[in-house]
Design a protein around this ligand. Structure first.
Ligand code: HEC
Length: 117
């Protein structure tokens, strides 16, 4: 029985090793939709993929207190809608209201990086 196991293992290894040679070439790069990109692969990993810029710290620390930044990043909202989201977070989700200055930073940041034309 043992010899069969070894043979099977060898066969599996051969199949695995040979796989690359038989698989078709990678398809030409198609544009990846933003939502499909892996945040983990991005250089700003320590910020969970938030791009550099004024307001990043505020967004990172404030919004992440309650939920993943993924649900922030997947949105594409105009400024008025981001404003509504912030109001909604405060009114319904128990977010601490932001002072005028950080609130503007957050709003600027979200509109710039996760905005919609
Ligand atoms: C005190 C907790 C809290 C904080 C702080 C907070 N959120 Fe939320 N947020 C929630 C909860 C809870 C939900 C889920 C609400 C639901 O779906 O009913 C949510 C949902 C959302 C959604 C909706 C996601 C969807 O699927 O539509 C967005 C967008 C969002 N938050 C953005 C933000 C942003 C931007 C910040 C930072 C400025 C923030 N949140 C900070 C609690 C919070």
């Amino acid at each position: 029985m043992r010899i069969m196991t070894i043979l099977r293992a060898a066969l599996a290894a051969a199949v695995l090793a040979g796989w690359g040679a038989f698989s078709p070439p990678a398809p030409a790069a198609e544009p990846t939709p933003k939502s499909a990109q892996q945040p983990a692969a991005q250089e700003d990993d320590e910020w969970q993929g938030l791009p550099e810029g004024p307001g990043r710290e505020e967004v990172f620390y404030v919004c992440q207190a309650c939920h993943s930044l993924a649900i922030v990043k997947q949105q594409g909202l105009d400024r008025a809608s981001w404003d509504e989201v912030l109001k909604w977070m405060v009114a319904e989700q128990e977010m601490e209201p932001l002072e005028a200055e950080p609130r503007k930073l957050v709003l600027d940041y979200l509109t710039k990086h996760y905005g919609r034309e």
